[in-house]
Design a protein around this ligand. Structure first.
Ligand SMILES: [Zn+2]
Ligand SMILES: [Zn+2]
Length: 294
């Protein structure tokens, strides 16, 4: 794991400590990637005192948030990250949602699953026994902009979750862009009601992405293709598949060099897909079986 440069980071965040500087970043964002001339930037931000404006602008260029080029000023990657955090609502009080009807049933007690959002995290829990089956961060503005439409919110969380897993599966950290290493954990101790997991650890930021075996294979093209054939939407939420919530259809094929199979099933379908997962958490093979043979 990379050791953060705390001095440089604290200096950089200090360089943002004035509303005018955040306004400059927002004005450059609105230029959609084009360079902005000094005079246009001054006018967009609306500061009368050019000496004061220059002082704030120099803080942003000194700390790599803004680049000064022959054509004018433009956002650098660090500035872009700040603007993304601003528009995703990361620095204002996050909304709270409770009791969302997400569909699906609890793997422990068969109770109804409910969704909730608090402190930037979306969770799916059992309404009866309280077991948590799913948790992922989701941008606050993504909730606020869908406040009157629960279906749209759940669809958005599902797309977000599945894209997150797709990246992690391919070894790309969804948070920092670092490389992730996958492994199979057959005796996991987590808050989830499953003890067998695929883990993906970021070599750079150290984040650990944990998912059930079923959820980890959901994004594999063979599994996605099988589900599409059965008429399921491509962005169906993982909590709607009971084989993504529990280890009931997982069989350990080997413990020495860990290897498991998970059976992907669809209610009413004549065929199921048996998926083999290797010690790195990768799909090693798939096999179609008559559902009645399971
Ligand atoms: Zn339950
Ligand atoms: Zn990372």
């Amino acid at each position: 794991m990379t050791v953060p440069d705390v001095e440089a980071t604290a200096d950089a965040f200090g360089a943002l400590a004035d509303p005018v500087r955040v306004e400059i970043l927002a004005a450059l964002w609105e230029a959609e990637g084009s360079a902005v001339q000094y005079s246009s930037l001054l006018e967009a931000v609306g500061v009368q005192d050019s000496g004061r404006f220059n002082y704030h602008l120099s803080k942003l260029t000194d700390h790599h948030f803004v680049a000064k080029t022959d054509d004018g000023y433009r956002l650098r990657p660090a500035g872009l990250l700040v603007v993304n955090a601003v528009y995703s609502g990361s620095y204002v009080e996050a909304p709270v949602r409770e009791g969302l009807d997400v569909g699906g049933a609890c793997p422990s007690c068969d109770g109804p699953l409910v969704g909730e959002y608090d402190e930037g995290m979306f969770r799916v829990l059992c309404g009866d026994c309280g077991d948590q089956v799913f948790m992922l961060s989701f941008p606050p503005r993504g909730v606020e902009t869908r406040v009157d439409d629960d279906d749209a919110l759940l669809q958005a969380v599902s797309v977000h979750a599945r894209a997150h897993t797709r990246r992690a599966n391919r070894g790309l950290c969804p948070f920092c862009g670092g490389a992730m290493t996958g492994s199979l954990d057959l005796d996991a101790d987590t808050a989830l009601p499953v003890s067998m997991l695929v883990r993906r650890d970021c070599d750079n930021c150290g984040v650990a992405n944990r998912s059930s075996i079923g959820y980890a294979v959901l994004e594999h093209p063979a599994v996605a293709g099988f589900l599409a054939e059965q008429g399921l939407p491509v962005d169906a939420p993982p909590w709607r598949f009971d084989w993504c919530l529990s280890n009931d259809t997982v069989t350990v094929a080997s413990r020495d060099s860990p290897r498991v199979t998970v059976d992907a099933t669809v209610e009413g379908a004549e065929t199921a897909l048996r998926v083999t997962v290797d010690e790195r958490g990768r799909v090693a093979g798939t096999e179609r079986l008559p559902a009645e043979d399971l």
